[in-house]
Unconditional design. Structure first.
Length: 387
């Protein structure tokens, strides 16, 4: 089915921050498969874990205990403030778990139509529940009727947030700590703090979608650990398997036991192979030096970018956290991705005019410099590219 507008390049090999196409041309990867290969392509520890597990046992189903899944759960719980984990296969699936968990939590409290607060600019995935939580009209309209039970508010509006207390049946708030697809827009600490206080006061669950911000992307295992606000529910995927599909919904406190036997399930989720890959990722990310690279790489990119940008007026704003970097431009953004690709650099444009950079944590300082330089050059050439 023609659901993707694909670029005319096929990559056949990758190492670290480099990809090679079928003609042998190298590319500097500033996208990491959309925030997935956070440890770089074919990270030796992850590759070894996958190889070894594939020789031993790939799949058994959740009808039986899965030691590797129990181990991964314990590792994630030890590394976060969470108490329990459910494993699935993608970000959208992880959010479906969170949505069901919030509704179950509501029904346990005799809330008739449990409702979840979500934000303008949000992206939570393409399955029907996650899509209903997502903001983009264009994505939603062709698939109406939407799943009910969501209220949407503007991010950052603390007054609007506080006025929600008059609405009945709210059970949870679901937000991305940094909105990814929405244009790399971090929520402020002040706003996140206000969310936490309101949720505490109202007994609502605070749920963070860390599908994109998680797994080292923002310079901590999970972004909440940098932002100082602890959610009740945390969903993740993308970088968790460094390319091997796995998602997780983690929960703490009362939320951790809201879903009970028979309430949710998946055939593949948390398979021995997926969990072996994810354990290798989580153990690799336990290295604080590696996590600290996020800000160092970011600084190198921005330094080179600033040094080579011909006209500062072409940049509206630079946003993000760690290696989630958004550069909103005032020049026409169409064609920038293809032009960069032709020059051997992989970038992305989201929300119309924001260049999104999601390079891997293993990128060298030289490569970071090269990436910043290339992006500046592309912006310098934007008027000709658009013409
Ligand atoms: C914040 C966020 N949530 C959910 C998803 C959906 O994840 P998946 O594509 O694995 O279903 C994405 C994907 O981009 C995302 O960025």
């Amino acid at each position: 089915m023609r659901t993707y507008k694909q670029l005319p390049v096929a990559f056949v090999r990758g190492r670290g921050a480099t990809l090679w196409d079928s003609q042998g041309k190298p590319y500097l990867d500033g996208l990491s498969g959309i925030a997935v290969t956070n440890l770089g392509h074919c990270h030796p520890r992850v590759t070894q874990a996958i190889e070894e597990q594939a020789r031993e046992l790939v799949h058994t189903s959740n009808l039986f205990r899965i030691p590797g899944q129990e181990q991964l759960g314990a590792e994630l719980i030890a590394a976060t403030a969470m108490d329990t984990a459910f494993f699935c296969n993608s970000g959208a699936e992880a959010n479906e778990v969170a949505i069901k968990l919030a509704r179950r939590y509501g029904h346990d409290r005799h809330v008739k139509t449990p409702t979840i607060v979500v934000l303008e600019g949000a992206f939570h995935g393409r399955t029907l529940g996650a899509l209903a939580a997502t903001a983009g009209e264009g994505m939603r309209k062709p698939f109406e009727p939407m799943v009910p039970g969501f209220i949407r508010i503007a991010p950052g509006d603390i007054e609007g947030l506080n006025s929600l207390t008059s609405q009945k049946d709210i059970v949870a708030v679901l937000v991305e700590p940094v909105q990814g697809e929405g244009g790399v827009r971090p929520l402020s600490r002040e706003y996140l703090g206000a969310l936490r206080s309101l949720c505490d006061q109202q007994n609502w669950l605070l749920m963070f979608d860390e599908v994109q911000t998680g797994n080292g992307r923002c310079g901590a295992l999970y972004a909440y650990q940098r932002l100082g606000v602890i959610p009740d529910v945390l969903t993740t995927a993308k970088g968790l398997g460094n390319g091997y599909p796995i998602g997780a919904c983690l929960a703490k406190g009362e939320a951790s036991s809201a879903l009970r036997a028979g309430d949710h399930g998946t055939t593949y989720g948390g398979s021995p192979l997926a969990c072996a890959a994810a354990s290798a990722v989580v153990n690799t990310l336990a290295d604080p030096h590696l996590l600290a690279r996020a800000d160092v790489i970011r600084d190198h990119i921005l330094k080179a970018f600033g040094d080579h940008l011909a006209n500062p007026a072409h940049v509206v704003e630079i946003r993000g956290l760690g290696l989630m970097l958004g550069i909103e431009v005032s020049v026409p953004a169409t064609g920038l991705v293809s032009a960069a690709l032709e020059q051997g650099t992989i970038i992305n444009v989201t929300a119309g005019n924001t260049i999104r950079l999601l390079p891997p944590l293993v990128m060298s300082n030289d490569e970071a410099h090269q990436l910043g330089h290339s992006v500046a050059e592309i912006i310098n050439q934007a008027p000709e590219i658009a013409a």
